[in-house]
Design a protein. Sequence first.
Length: 141
Amino acid sequence: MKFNEKLLKLRKEKGLSQEELGMEMQVSRQTISKWEAGQSYPDFTRLVMLSDFFDMTIDELVKDIDVQEVRENSFTNEKIDSIYRVSQDVNSIFQNRTLKDIIKGIKWFIVGSFIFLCLVIVVSLILHFIYPESNTFWRTY
């Protein structure tokens, strides 16, 4: 008998609903439903709690479980969780830009533009004094 079938049988023998078992294991009813459907498996802490609750060893509880399937599901879930966390981190970086940061950026752009303009004027004045006969840099009327 597979773990999910065994869990369903044990829960029904005790006359518990999924919600009641979830409260005992400190998980949601949906989590119990996924365990019973074979869509996911409890972590080690929950397995210990389940074995204590049903008064059996962990070996008796999980016998006939496909360990490779558990590993594959666990790896896939970890990968999905990792991608989700990275996505949330990127979103939080862009959402944390405040109005203050935007104004600061505009200020630096204006200051930089002013400095650039001053440099252009100074260079054109210097070139005018070096080449006074050229009308390219500065015109005199």
